[in-house]
Design a protein around this ligand. Structure first.
Ligand code: ATP
Length: 298
């Protein structure tokens, strides 16, 4: 049973289509990144699935159809830094959050250890660094022990140390087996934290899958010959190919470490097969994503 199914979701603001026929599925335990440049519709998507923003069409299903407050109780979200009381400490602020969420919780030790604020738990909020404030906000999203956590650009505005600490915190939360859905415009961040990714551009889905396959994957090689079946057998028997599949008349493969396209060419030649196509695919989504991001800069 998937945790969240998003199906053909669309949202327009006047002439702008903020989310355009978007579909993807988040499974339990996924660390799912929505990756896209500023203005690509990430926040709008998160707002819709949290019931804050009205969709125009399409639908989404949480927890196999659980509705309303039953679904919401299982979701903790951090869309923008909540308004903590500046003169209250971490414990007191979390107690207020628990009260607002109607959760009877007065002890926050585990949460404060998790977000690495236990040593500053009695300091007033206004004395915190930006990174500490953001980590308290993450703790606040986790009050009530939700099954799913939603983070919108969780490292925005932080310095490099703050960024590293927030990323570590998210990884620790992931290790607890939580499902996480986070929006980010930083490829590197998604690559470092997430297991899965949906790349969006102007509200439309560009690609989705595991981070390994989509942005962190091996270089892929395309080859073809007039004897593709024989070529496939030779390649499989050679032990230098990690995996291989057909895309119409083209064989697409990735190689074991230390092997290169020329090894494939040699192997084919030694077996009397002449290649009529040999092409090394770059990590195309990465370059495409960087291109998109560059184009979106003012
Ligand atoms: P960012 O990271 O900059 O917040 P994003 O990927 O989260 O970007 P959204 O905030 O979802 O993108 O915005 C998607 C598009 O919808 C943008 O063109 C934005 O200007 C537009 N938009 C968002 N909210 C509104 C609104 N309330 N009224 C009008 N247009 C809106």
């Amino acid at each position: 049973m998937p945790t969240l199914i998003i199906n053909n979701l669309t949202k327009r603001y006047g002439k702008i289509t903020a989310v355009n026929n978007l579909s993807f599925t988040v499974e339990k335990g996924n660390i799912y990144g929505i990756l896209g440049p500023n203005g690509s519709g990430k926040t709008t998507t998160l707002g819709i699935i949290l019931g804050i923003t009205q969709k125009d069409s399409g639908d989404f299903t949480w927890f196999d159809g659980l509705k309303g407050k039953h679904a919401r109780q299982k979701i903790g979200a951090l869309l923008e830094t909540p308004n903590f009381y500046p003169y209250l400490n971490a414990d007191d602020n979390l107690e207020i959050i628990a009260h607002i969420k109607k959760i009877n919780q007065k002890k926050f030790d585990d949460l404060l250890i998790l977000v690495d604020l236990i040593h500053r738990r009695k300091s007033p909020f206004y004395t915190y660094s930006l990174g500490m404030k953001q980590r308290l906000a993450i703790a606040a999203a986790m009050v009530g022990d939700p099954e799913v956590l939603i983070f919108d650009e969780p490292t925005n505005g932080l310095d490099p140390q703050g960024i590293a600490e927030v990323r570590d915190t998210i990884k620790k939360i992931a290790q607890q087996g939580k499902t996480i859905l986070m929006a980010s415009h930083i490829l590197d961040e998604v690559e470092k934290i997430c297991s899965h990714v949906a790349i969006i551009k102007q509200g439309s889905l560009l690609a989705t899958g595991t981070v390994g396959n989509i942005i962190g994957g091996d270089i892929q090689i395309e080859i073809s010959s007039n004897e593709n079946e024989k070529l496939q057998n030779v390649l499989t028997a050679s032990g230098i190919v990690k995996d291989l599949h057909f895309e119409e008349q083209i064989i697409v493969l990735s190689l074991q470490n230390g092997k290169a396209a020329e090894d494939i060419n040699k192997l084919a030649f030694q077996n009397g097969i002449a290649l009529n196509h040999l092409f090394t695919r770059k990590r195309s989504l990465e370059s495409e994503f960087l291109e998109i991001t560059k184009n979106s800069q003012p």
